[in-house]
Design a protein around this ligand. Structure first.
Ligand SMILES: *Cc1c(COP(=O)(O)O)cnc(C)c1O
Length: 387
């Protein structure tokens, strides 16, 4: 009798789908050390280079000195400490919303929020490329699920029509991202808002990869388009451009109060360490400052340098975010390309099923404000070596 898992793992390996952990030996930054080698990192979500920033470290250290390490309890018991409150006030103001609520991760945010907003008899309609956390949250909620082809608002409208007819009394929630995590493109937000309003649906917009990157001071796509007050549930994470860890929802006070009462991943989990809240608060403060805006502009300058040097065909015509997919299709080809970059001193992971659909494997190259132009030029030159 074969032992459990070995055969399954072998099968994954045969299909070029086996994944494993890599131990990184260096601190955050564009230069990384892995297996004793120095590589230029084009894979992190630290778009503004904040994860290693001294002022974030200091904010965390000061909070540790005052509040200790652990939060000691869930938020509703005695785990709500002053840094949590300060962060939520800061985030609400940053996103121009009435209130905000933080969770231990973006994943926990999606799970808890969708579970609190929808239940049996309700309808959740997701973009086909929505992040796994949103899919899992939608599934866990028990609502009826529908999926519309990526960014196709007319197809979304078909589902909305269907929902209004077949589930007349249901709450209907449309779920999408402002910047898509594996494709780097943006949602047609103005059209989405118009159609969801017309059908009386709610919109949950996950700005995980837009915050810090898109819009004035990195406030995100909704703010960039002047639509913040028409997005019912503004979700995001503190773990990407903000350089820390955790997730959040911003919106009306009543929405936040409902989540405090009903979001299970919030209610039944120990509060995040107060030092992380203090560091995230410092990160948001930085984004609001002229220095933060200058850092964001540097990221966009870097993207311009990259776009100017990219070979045609492999990548999108117009970069809409810090995420640049290099489409290869075949899983083995993506692995081979990733290895080629590794051998030339770059770290760019192959993204494969189940993160993306089978046969749409790619390299996911991400840029940071911290990259040097020479590093970007070097990687574009290496990209021309791919056939
Ligand atoms: C990364 C990500 C999340 C999860 O956030 P974490 O803080 O990493 O748990 C949620 N949504 C999207 C779109 C993401 O890319």
């Amino acid at each position: 009798m074969s032992r459990p898992f070995e055969e399954e793992l072998d099968a994954l390996k045969q299909q070029s789908l086996l994944r494993r952990l890599r131990e990184i030996e260096s601190q955050p930054g564009t230069a990384m050390t892995y297996a004793g080698r120095r590589l230029i990192n084009f894979s992190s979500n630290d778009y503004l280079g904040l994860a290693g920033e001294p002022f974030l470290r200091d904010a965390a250290k000061e909070a540790i000195d005052v509040y200790g390490i652990g939060a000691t309890a869930s938020r509703l018991v005695c785990g709500t400490l002053s840094p949590h409150v300060a962060l939520e006030e800061k985030l609400a103001a940053f996103k121009r919303a009435e209130a905000a609520l933080c969770f231990s991760s973006g994943y926990a945010t999606a799970l808890g929020t969708l579970g609190a907003l929808a239940g049996k008899g309700d309808v959740i309609i997701l973009d086909k490329l929505a992040h796994a956390s949103l899919i899992d949250g939608a599934r866990l909620s028990g609502a009826v699920l529908r999926v519309f082809p990526h960014n196709q608002v007319d197809k979304l409208e078909d589902h909305l029509q269907w929902a209004r007819k077949e589930h007349a009394d249901a709450r209907v929630i449309v779920v999408t991202e402002s910047v898509f995590s594996m494709d780097g493109d943006r949602a047609p937000l103005a059209e989405l808002v118009e159609v969801k309003d017309r059908y009386g649906a709610l919109l949950l917009l996950d700005e995980a990869h837009a915050v810090g990157v898109v819009g004035p001071n990195g406030r995100g796509l909704a703010e960039r388009l002047g639509l913040s007050d028409r997005v019912d549930v503004q979700m995001g994470t503190l773990s990407k451009a903000l350089g820390v860890s955790g997730g959040y929802v911003c919106g009306r006070r009543a929405l936040i109060d409902w989540l405090i009462n009903r979001a299970r991943s919030f209610v039944y989990s120990t509060a995040p360490p107060p030092a992380l809240a203090a560091a995230a608060c410092a990160a948001v403060e930085f984004l609001e400052s002229p220095a933060g805006e200058a850092r964001r502009r540097r990221l966009w300058n870097n993207l311009k340098v990259l776009a100017a040097g990219l070979p045609p065909g492999l990548t999108p015509d117009k970069l809409q975010s810090a995420i640049v997919p290099v489409m290869l299709g075949d899983e083995a080809a993506a692995l081979k390309a990733s290895k080629m970059f590794y051998d030339s001193g770059f770290f760019i992971p192959a993204i494969r099923y189940p993160t993306v659909a089978r046969g749409t494997a790619r390299l996911r190259l991400t840029l940071s404000a911290a990259h040097y132009p020479e590093e970007i030029q070097a990687v574009t030159e290496a990209l021309w070596e791919l056939e």
